[in-house]
Ligand binder design. Structure first.
Ligand SMILES: [Zn+2]
Length: 367
C-alpha cells in the first residue's frame, strides 16, 4: 500500500515547547557526536564505524544519563540519518556529512508505529512528555507508520507517514500533453494555458525587503532574531502557496485525463535547452511528482517523454525551427498555426501515445 505524509499543527504549551526544543538539541548533539566518532575513527586508525556499532552504544549513553531522548527508536533514527548521509556520500562521491547547527536541526522522527507516540483524540502523546494539543484539521485516514515532530520558525508540526487505500477513479476518454510554458506555468495540448501564479513574484519582493532588514540588524540582537523569524515566515508562506497551487492543478489534471504525457526533464543536456525550463525546474519537478503519485493512485497513466525537439517539430512530423523569441508556431507543411507552447504540448501528447502503444500502457518510460 502506498504511503503519504499528513502534516498537522501542534500547539505545545510553554513547558512542552521547551521540552521539544530540548529534544532537538539532544538529537543535534547526538548527531554531531556520532559524526565526530566516525570521522576520528577514520582519521586515526582508518576504521569505519558502522550504524550498528554506534547504535549499540546508545544503551550505555542512556544509562549514564548522557542522552536525554526517552525513546530508543527515536535516538536510533538519528544515527540512521547519519548513516544515510554516509551512504549518499559513497553513492555520489561528494557531499561529506557536516556538523549540524542546533538552530537548523529541526526534526526528530519516531520510526516505529508501536513505540514512542500515539494519538488520543485531539492530543498527541510523545514518550517523556505530557499530552500535546494537535489540530486534526483532516482525518488521519489510514495506518500511521511513523511520526516526525518538526519545528518551522516558531511553529511546531507533526508529520505522520500514513499507509492508505487508493481509490481508482472511473475511466475517462480524454488525454493530454503538458509542456512547461515559456510565458505561462504550463501549456496543455487542448490549447489552454495555466498562468504562473503572481504570488511567487509578490512574495519575492516581500522576502527581499525582509532580507535587507535582516542584513542591517546587529548580530546577536533581539531585532535580528525577530528579523530571522520574519524571513522564515516568508519562505514558509511561499512554499505553502506553491505546494497548494501544484496540488490543486495536478488533482484537476489527473481527474480529467486518462493519459497524461509530460516532458522528462531529468535528462542530461537540460542546461542547453530552453531557458524557462531551468527557471521552472524546481517547481516543475515537484509538480510532476504530484502528478505521478496522483495518477498512480487513480489508475491513470503518466508517460514521460524525451523533451528533445518537442519545441522544434510539428504534430505532422515536419521540422519547424523556432528561436526563443518566436511565440507562434506556423507549419509550412500542414498549416497548423498556434502558440508554440500548445504545439509542444500536442507533440508531447503524440509522443506519449506512441510510447504507451510500445509499452502497452501503465509503464512509465522515456522514448
Ligand atoms: Zn505541420
Amino acid at each position: 500500500m502506498p504511503i503519504r505524509s499528513l502534516k498537522y499543527r501542534l500547539y505545545p504549551n510553554q513547558e512542552q515547547a521547551a521540552w521539544l526544543t530540548e529534544q532537538l538539541r539532544e538529537a543535534c548533539d547526538l548527531y554531531n557526536a556520532a559524526l565526530e566518532e566516525r570521522k576520528s575513527a577514520w582519521k586515526c586508525c582508518r576504521k569505519t564505524v558502522s550504524f550498528y556499532e554506534q547504535s549499540r552504544q546508545l544503551k550505555y549513553l542512556r544509562a549514564q544519563g548522557l542522552l536525554k531522548i526517552p525513546n530508543f527508536n527515536c535516538a536510533e533514527e538519528i544515527l540512521k540519518r547519519l548513516d544515510r548521509s554516509y551512504s549518499a556520500l559513497f553513492r555520489r562521491g561528494y557531499g561529506f556529512p557536516r556538523f549540524r547547527s542546533v538552530r537548523r536541526f529541526d526534526s526528530i522522527t519516531f520510526p516505529k508505529r508501536t513505540s514512542g507516540f500515539s494519538v488520543y483524540g485531539d492530543r498527541l502523546r510523545l514518550q517523556g512528555c505530557s499530552l500535546i494539543k494537535i489540530n486534526l484539521h483532516r482525518p488521519v485516514d489510514g495506518t500511521i507508520k511513523t511520526a516526525t515532530v518538526k519545528r518551522e520558525g516558531q511553529k511546531w508540526f507533526v508529520i505522520f507517514a500514513v499507509e492508505y487505500q487508493t481509490i481508482t477513479l472511473p475511466a475517462v476518454n480524454i488525454e493530454c500533453g503538458i509542456d512547461v510554458g515559456l510565458s505561462s506555468f504550463i501549456a496543455l495540448s487542448d490549447g489552454s494555458t495555466v498562468a504562473a501564479p503572481q504570488f511567487f513574484r509578490k512574495a519575492q519582493a516581500k522576502l527581499r525587503r525582509a532580507q535587507r532588514h535582516l542584513a542591517r540588524c546587529k548580530r546577536g540582537s533581539k531585532r535580528r532574531a525577530k528579523a530571522v523569524a520574519q524571513v522564515v515566515r516568508h519562505h514558509v508562506k511561499v512554499r505553502n502557496q506553491r505546494s497548494d497551487f501544484h496540488h490543486k492543478l495536478s488533482r484537476q489534471i489527473v481527474n480529467g485525463n486518462q493519459l497524461i504525457a509530460v516532458e522528462d526533464l531529468n535528462v542530461k543536456g537540460l542546461a542547453q535547452s530552453r531557458l524557462a525550463k531551468s527557471i521552472h525546474d524546481a517547481g516543475w519537478t515537484a509538480f510532476v511528482n504530484m502528478l505521478t503519485y496522483k495518477a498512480a493512485d487513480a489508475g491513470r497513466t503518466l508517460v514521460r517523454v524525451n523533451p528533445r525537439g518537442t519545441s522544434q517539430t510539428c504534430i505532422c512530423g515536419a521540422s519547424v525551427p523556432k528561436k526563443l523569441s518566436d511565440r507562434w508556431h506556423d507549419c509550412p507543411e500542414c498549416g497548423l498555426f498556434a502558440s508554440r507552447d500548445v504545439v509542444s504540448a500536442m507533440v508531447i501528447l503524440a509522443a506519449g501515445r506512441a510510447a504507451q502503444i510500445v509499452t502497452n500502457g501503465d509503464v512509465q518510460c522515456v522514448i
